[in-house]
Design a protein around this ligand. Structure first.
Ligand code: NAG
Ligand code: NAG
Ligand code: NAG
Ligand code: NAG
Ligand code: ZN
Length: 398
């Protein structure tokens, strides 16, 4: 869920977000000089922002990484779409492809989330409340960031039986990041990365993921952007696509004009893919919501879905394209590995995980057991908590 605000002109954020919600000021990260880039900030721990290929590998020797991501609730309404489109599709190493899910608490069916986790998909966070006000996210204090994100990780761990250490990433609702307060909380809580910051200035050649040990050169499309130092914490830039009107779109479902046929959808994806593939092979992300391909938004859904599937089929014919979850891609950036050695690169392997969610607990909550005027329901892998879990009470304790 997002609006036209993604098309806002670039604003420089240096100085903008140097104050926390608490009023304390932030010490800016040091600049990344050429010497630091060579001597001090080296992989796997550190990477300055830039479009240089990790490990200085030659572009012809590296894989093109592709991210398929889906935001918001995973539910019975969209799981069959994921099963049909994502399952039974392999990377060139013979292991199945993996996508990234940015999940919210409400309406998420945690037993289905366990299925996605078990099949090796990257389960990342998108906040507990998905509060509809962007001003809420822009000004959130650290206590509330913890309630929205760190507590949500505990929730997923409890209700979907996903080990907390396997939940590594975050995307801000509406891509409205919260500057240094958000980055401080994510780093302190040992998250590894976030993927919410669009870039138009670094499209082609594209900006690779980078750590925040030094000040970033990325454009700040949606302020407040962080200015502090977050050692070893990764930003995965959202490289804008260009719609057929030539305007940037971070999420493909905001590209305009909205594609209405399978051909238009396929061509939009192919054109933007080639901007990466024929340049520095920075990861190519198709960032969307299931609703763009499997919803009731408009009458062109089936056409778009056909174009998307045709594009995935096309990627499947290329022996240098790997469709992987973002956490796996970061492991590649940390230890850049040429195509010729990828057969033994463990992070792109996807061994079966056991089903740790054998029973489905279907829970219903009357309005008086929730903070809302209407009832809520939840399907989870553990016994139903007495009240509806929410901000400040992530496990639903009485
Ligand atoms: C960078 O590394 C060099 C050599 O190891 C060291 O002398 C210098 O203090 C470091 N600079 C910073 C800013 O950490
Ligand atoms: C959640 O998914 C399970 C299948 O794992 C299904 O049995 C259950 O009915 C779903 N719950 C809801 C509320 O759709
Ligand atoms: C953080 O924000 C919440 C909600 O606005 C407020 O109740 C709380 O007092 C704030 N906490 C701090 C430490 O500022
Ligand atoms: C969503 O996908 C499922 C599985 O392919 C399909 O049964 C359903 O009709 C689709 N719904 C819409 C609205 O596209
Ligand atoms: Zn969202």
């Amino acid at each position: 869920m997002f609006g036209k605000r993604l098309l806002l002109v670039t604003t420089l954020c240096v100085g903008y977000a140097a104050v926390l919600a608490s009023g304390q000021s932030v010490t800016p990260a040091p600049p990344c000089t050429d010497q630091i880039r060579d001597d001090n900030c080296t992989l796997p721990a550190c990477r300055c922002s830039g479009n240089d290929i990790p490990g200085n590998l030659a572009v012809t020797t590296i894989p093109q990484l592709v991210f398929l991501t889906f935001d918001d609730a995973v539910a019975i309404q969209n799981i069959d779409f994921y099963r049909q489109v994502l399952y039974n599709r392999n990377n060139p190493n013979g292991h199945s492809i993996t996508a990234t899910f940015f999940v919210t608490h409400e309406y998420t069916n945690y037993t289905l989330l366990h299925e996605l986790y078990r099949l090796g998909h990257d389960i990342a966070l998108h906040s507990m409340s998905h509060n509809p006000l962007t001003s809420y996210w822009a000004r959130l204090n650290q206590t509330m960031w913890r309630a929205e994100v760190v507590d949500q990780r505990q929730q997923l761990s409890q209700f979907a039986r996903i080990p907390a250490a396997e939940i590594k990433g975050f995307r801000a609702p509406f891509l409205q990041i919260g500057g240094d307060d958000m980055y401080t909380v994510l780093k302190q809580a040992n998250f590894q990365w976030e993927c919410s910051r669009p870039t138009l200035n670094f499209r082609k050649p594209g900006l690779w993921p980078y750590t925040n040990d030094y000040i970033s050169s990325q454009d700040c499309q949606i302020a407040p952007c962080p200015v502090g130092e977050y050692k070893g914490f990764w930003t995965v830039p959202m490289i804008d696509m260009l719609g057929d009107n030539n305007e940037g779109c971070a999420m493909v479902d905001t590209c305009t004009p909205v594609p209405e046929t399978a051909d238009q959808t396929y061509n939009l994806l192919l054109k933007n893919f080639n901007d990466h593939y024929t340049s520095n092979k920075a990861p190519f992300g198709i960032y969307t919501h299931a609703a763009w391909l499997n919803g009731t938004d408009d009458e062109y859904i089936q056409e778009r879905r056909a174009g998307y599937v045709r594009f995935l089929n096309f990627l499947g014919t290329k022996n240098d394209v790997y469709i992987v979850g973002i956490s796996r891609a970061i492991e590649w950036v940390k230890t850049p590995t040429p195509l010729a050695q990828l057969a033994t690169f463990t992070h792109f392997q996807n061994p079966a995980r056991p089903n740790n969610c054998p029973y489905v607990y279907n829970c219903r909550y009357a309005p008086e057991q929730t903070p809302f005027p209407t009832e809520r329901y939840m399907s989870i892998c553990s016994p139903c908590p007495p009240v509806y879990p929410w901000l400040g009470n992530p496990y639903g304790r009485p």
